[in-house]
Ligand binder design. Structure first.
Ligand SMILES: Nc1ncnc2c1ncn2[C@@H]1O[C@H](COP(=O)(O)OP(=O)(O)OP(=O)(O)O)[C@@H](O)[C@H]1O
Ligand SMILES: [Mg+2]
Length: 151
């Protein structure tokens, strides 16, 4: 497990940009953390790192947004409003991710439908508005240089 401290929104985005450098087609990244923890900010930084040239906005109402302007297709899912696991499966996010990177906010809610080979990112909001971000790797993620996210 890697843990980093991000005083500002810009720090959270920068950490996510560094994570992008470790991403490969087929990656599944889950973002967990309470309302306003910074999941969308993190997803935005990751998209920037993948070369996406549009701002990432919350996909809450469309459930999944696809960005194709980067080096890899980037799929951004918000599981918060999904009514069921079936609704998540209907998005075919995991199948889509075979060609790119899929990031799932509130992914804990659909954990049973996710591959075991995934990176779990847990964002916590501290009293001083800074964020603590913990990376829990599984599968191939355990062999990647997650330490590079720290600098
Ligand atoms: N250190 C920080 N890291 C991330 N965001 C921060 C930080 N400090 C302040 N913020 C602010 O907190 C807010 C985080 O909002 P964001 O939409 O990313 O959260 P979220 O976890 O996606 O929320 P939701 O659960 O509603 O989807 C933003 O307004 C961001 O600018
Ligand atoms: Mg969000």
């Amino acid at each position: 497990m890697i843990e980093i401290h991000c005083p500002s929104d810009a720090d959270t985005r920068a950490a996510a940009r560094r994570l992008a450098a470790l991403c490969r087609p087929g990656d599944v990244i889950v973002l967990n953390g309470s309302l306003g923890a910074g999941k969308t900010a993190f997803a935005g930084g990751l998209a920037e790192g993948l070369g996406v040239d549009e701002p990432v906005t919350s996909p809450t109402f469309v459930l999944m947004r696809t960005y194709r302007s980067g080096f890899l297709p980037f799929f951004h899912v918000d599981a918060y409003r999904l009514g069921s696991i079936g609704e998540f499966e209907d998005l075919t996010a995991i199948e889509s991710a075979e060609e790119g990177v899929v990031v799932i906010e509130w992914g804990g809610a659909v954990a049973v439908a996710l591959p075991k080979d995934r990176l779990e990112v847990e964002l916590t909001r501290n009293a001083d508005e800074s964020r603590t971000i913990r990376f829990h790797p599984a599968g191939t993620w355990t062999t990647r240089q997650l330490k590079e996210i720290e600098s």
